[in-house]
Design a protein around this ligand. Structure first.
Ligand code: CDM
Ligand code: ATP
Length: 302
């Protein structure tokens, strides 16, 4: 009996250490200055040849993941297959560890991972730029999931400039009950800013410097997220989570992307464990995760 080997790809989650949001564009998207940092929480995507395109998912949040062709992993396989005239008959298995609808780009990670895995399985040898172009069609966060590390995303977040990171940063993530819809959070941003001029978004030089030098205290002073007030309006209980983490000794806290996951920067791994424990005890979140950044982008691991 012959066994056809699959391809396994590991893809990290992200936190936005700066998310500067401009006014809504005519296409409904917002121009961003989006400073992405990949964190060491991973989904693993395995693709194997099959009779038809099929998705399965395991992990604590698996029940919330769509298993039809709206799944970003399926969309990635279909987009790549179409471009190369291939019949996308693969089984895509997602071992999901990234919180779903948590503002940590979990679906985007699966899209980028499936794209790299199918490209490898089908021996297409696409260039990084070809893969990035497909990623950008799939979603604003997907290109960053492919490259990982740290990067400034402009346009709607899909135009990436890699950034230097001079050290490790230690994070705690507090996972909330239920998700927040990204479009709803952007709409709330629009409602809050209606009638006031929204400045063009730009990256904060102090923040880029803190990343470059690996200075956690300086990074803590520069963290910012223009979507945070909108996320807090939609989910007021997140304010208690943010307070619980800072009271427990985090250097700084913020909502991760569109939320509702909250992120806490700590000075070292021991402090991260302490903050995670205090957050759990506070009862202001469903669970916590500790992770270090930066992390490598989508990588074939087997
Ligand atoms: C909040 C972030 O996660 C920060 O990294 C991203 O901006 C969202 O990226 P994403 O989930 O990949 O979003 P997409 O799938 O591209 O877009 C989903 C929806 O979010 C809103 N959206 C997204 C990105 C952007 N620059 N402006 C927007 O207004 C739009 O309503 C869009 O229809
Ligand atoms: N592979 C996938 N994993 C999780 N959700 C997916 C996937 N594909 C499609 N989705 C859909 O996308 C929605 C958002 O899920 P996701 O976990 O990507 O959110 P997010 O982390 O907040 O995204 P972002 O940070 O990029 O805005 C889910 O509610 C689900 O319906």
């Amino acid at each position: 009996m012959s066994v056809t080997a699959g391809v396994r790809v590991r893809v990290p989650a992200k936190v936005n250490v700066q998310l500067a949001v401009g006014a809504a564009r005519p296409d409904g998207f917002h121009d961003l200055a989006n400073v992405f940092l990949a964190v060491g929480l991973y989904d693993e995507i395995t693709v194997t040849p099959a009779d038809e395109l099929r998705i399965t998912c395991t992990g604590p949040d698996a029940a919330q993941v769509p298993l039809d062709h709206t799944n970003l992993a399926a969309r990635a396989a279909l987009a790549l297959a179409e471009r190369h005239g291939i019949d996308p008959r693969v089984h895509i298995h997602i071992a999901k560890d990234i919180p779903v609808a948590g503002g940590m780009a979990g679906g985007s990670a699966d899209g980028a991972g499936a794209l790299l895995a199918c490209d490898t399985l089908w021996s297409l040898g696409s260039s990084r730029d070809e893969l990035l172009a497909i990623c950008a069609e799939l979603g604003s966060d997907v290109p960053f999931s492919l490259i990982g590390g740290a990067a400034l995303g402009t346009g709607r977040g899909e135009q990436l400039t890699p950034l230097e990171v001079g050290g490790s940063f230690h994070w705690v993530f507090a996972v909330a009950d239920g998700g927040l819809s990204t479009p709803t959070v952007f709409r709330e941003f629009d409602r809050r800013t209606e009638g006031t001029p929204v400045p063009a978004p730009s990256a904060d030089p102090a923040l880029l410097d803190a990343l470059r030098t690996g200075d956690a205290t300086a990074l803590a002073g520069a963290l910012s997220n223009d979507l945070q007030p909108a996320a807090l309006t939609l989910r007021p209980s997140l304010a208690d989570t943010l307070t619980a983490g800072t009271t427990a000794g985090a250097l700084a806290s913020l909502v991760s992307g569109s939320g509702p996951t909250t992120a806490f920067l700590t000075k070292d791994p021991d402090a991260a464990e302490e903050v995670a424990q205090a957050l759990l005890t506070s009862g202001t979140c469903r669970t916590t995760r500790v992770a270090t950044s930066p992390a490598r982008g989508a990588t074939v691991v087997g």
